[in-house]
Design a protein around this ligand. Structure first.
Ligand SMILES: Nc1ncnc2c1ncn2[C@@H]1O[C@H](COP(=O)(O)OP(=O)(O)OP(=O)(O)O)[C@@H](O)[C@H]1O
Ligand SMILES: [Mg+2]
Length: 355
C-alpha cells in the first residue's frame, strides 16, 4: 500500500500532536521536542525543523515516519535513537546544557516516579545491586540533589577523592558499586540543599562528566520525585538511554503515571518498563493483602506502552536493609524477576570503545 500523506509540512506541530499524540515522540527523536510547548501552536513542521534543527533534519524521513504513524497508528521501527541529535545543539530535544556522552559509560538509565515516596531510590539501588550480581559493571548517580538517599541505603559515607584536575573518584559500596551523590559532598548527612535549576543541572553534569566512573555497562540515575522541573532538569542534563518508571498501585488513579509517561515522551525518551512497588504484603499464611488496592499492572502497561518489569511487595526486610545501609544483602524472587526483565529490555550495550 502506498503511503498516504495525511501529514504535510505546512501543518502546525500542535495540530499533528493533538490528533496523533505519539507524534510528539517522533518529533522529539528528530530534535523537535518542543512539540509540546506553546510555540508549536503556531509553528508549522517546516518552520520548526528549519528553526530548531539548523537544517540538519532530514525532512523526507521525518515526514515518512509521521505518515507511517498516521497510516498505521503505530510508531515506526528504526526511529532515530533518543538523543541522537545531542551534542549538535539541535533543537530543544538536545539542550545545550546536555553533557556529552562519556567514553566508557554504556547506557544511562533514569529511574523516575510521578510522585515521591513510592520507592524510586530503592528500585534504583536494587537494579544496580542486581545487575552487579549478574556480573555487569554499574554505577549509581544520585540525581536527587535536594533529597539524596542512595548513600544511606548503601552505607557509603566516604567523601569522593580528588583524582587529578577537577575530577572526582566516586566512593564504592561494599559490593563495589561506585556512587556519586550530593550527600557525599556535604559536611553533614542532614544538610539541606536549596538550589535553583541551573545549579542543579550544573552539578548533575559534573557528576556525570567529571567523575571517574571507569568502564560501566549501565549508569543508574535516581531522579528527583515528581513530574515538574526537578526531574526534567536532570533528564535534560544527561544523555539518557531509557527510563524505568516506578509507581504504587494507587498512583494510577491520580494521573501521575500518565503525566510521567507524557514527560518522558516529550523528551523523546523510551520507557523501558514499569515497576509496581508496594504491590501487596505477604501474610504468614501465604495469602497476599493488597494494601494500596488491587494491582494496576495491566492498566499501567496500557498507559505507558511499556512492560511491567516486576511487582515488588511491601517487605519489612527491604525497609530494614535500606535503613541500615545493607541493601546489597537483599534477595527475593521478585527482585530476581525485576533484574531479569530489566536485562531483557535494556538498551543493547554499545561496546565502550565504540563511543
Ligand atoms: N517494597 C518496599 N517494602 C518496604 N519498604 C519499602 C519498599 N519500597 C520502599 N520502601 C521504603 O519506603 C521508603 C521510601 O522509599 P524510597 O526512598 O526508595 O522512595 P522514593 O520514591 O525514592 O522517595 P523520594 O520521593 O523521597 O525520593 C524508604 O524508607 C524505603 O526503604
Ligand atoms: Mg528517593
Amino acid at each position: 500500500m502506498a503511503q498516504s500523506t495525511l501529514i504535510t509540512v505546512d501543518m502546525t506541530i500542535a495540530s499533528v500532536v493533538d490528533r496523533w499524540p505519539d507524534a510528539a515522540r517522533i518529533f522529539a527523536r528528530y530534535g523537535l521536542s518542543c512539540a509540546s510547548c506553546s510555540i508549536s501552536k503556531s509553528e508549522t513542521i517546516a518552520a520548526g525543523a528549519a528553526g530548531h534543527g539548523g537544517g540538519r533534519i532530514d525532512m523526507n524521513e521525518l515526514m515518512r515516519d509521521l505518515n507511517t504513524l498516521a497510516d498505521t497508528g503505530k510508531l515506526p521501527a528504526n526511529l532515530p535513537a533518543a538523543n541522537a541529535t545531542a551534542g549538535a545543539g539541535a533543537g530543544m530535544g538536545a539542550p545545550k546544557g546536555m553533557a556529552a556522552p562519556q567514553t566508557g559509560i554504556g547506557s544511562v538509565i533514569a529511574v523516575m516516579s510521578g510522585k515521591g515516596g513510592v520507592g524510586k531510590s530503592l528500585v534504583a539501588g536494587l537494579l544496580a545491586v542486581g545487575l552487579k550480581r549478574r556480573g555487569m559493571s554499574v554505577g549509581i548517580l544520585d540525581g536527587d540533589i535536594t533529597g539524596p538517599s542512595i548513600p544511606r541505603m548503601f552505607g557509603v559515607r566516604e567523601k569522593p577523592a580528588v583524582a587529578g584536575a577537577q575530577r572526582l573518584m566516586p566512593p564504592k559500596s561494599r559490593g563495589g558499586i561506585p556512587i556519586m551523590s550530593m550527600n557525599l559532598l556535604l559536611p553533614g548527612e542532614e544538610e539541606a540543599v536549596i538550589w535553583r535549576g541551573p545549579m542543579v543541572s550544573g552539578a548533575i553534569r559534573q557528576f556525570y562528566s567529571d567523575v571517574e566512573w571507569g568502564t560501566l555497562d549501565h549508569l543508574i540515575v535516581d531522579l528527583p520525585p515528581g513530574t515538574s522541573d526537578a526531574p526534567l532538569t536532570v533528564m535534560q542534563a544527561l544523555p539518557i538511554a531509557g527510563v524505568v518508571l516506578v509507581t504504587t498501585p494507587q498512583a494510577l488513579a491520580t494521573m501521575v503515571v500518565t503525566k510521567a509517561v507524557r514527560l518522558v515522551k516529550q523528551l523523546g525518551g523510551d520507557i523501558l518498563g514499569i515497576v509496581e512497588n508496594m504491590s501487596y504484603v505477604s501474610a504468614p499464611d501465604g495469602s497476599r493483602m493488597e494494601v494500596f488496592g488491587p494491582s494496576q499492572g495491566l492498566k499501567l502497561v496500557i498507559a505507558s506502552n511499556a512492560p511491567l518489569l516486576a511487582k515488588i511487595p511491601i517487605d519489612p526486610e527491604i525497609a530494614h536493609l535500606a535503613d541500615t545501609g545493607m541493601i546489597e544483602d537483599y534477595t527475593s524472587p521478585e527482585f530476581d524477576e525485576l533484574v531479569a526483565n530489566f536485562i531483557a529490555v535494556a538498551p543493547a550495550l554499545v561496546p565502550a570503545a565504540a563511543h
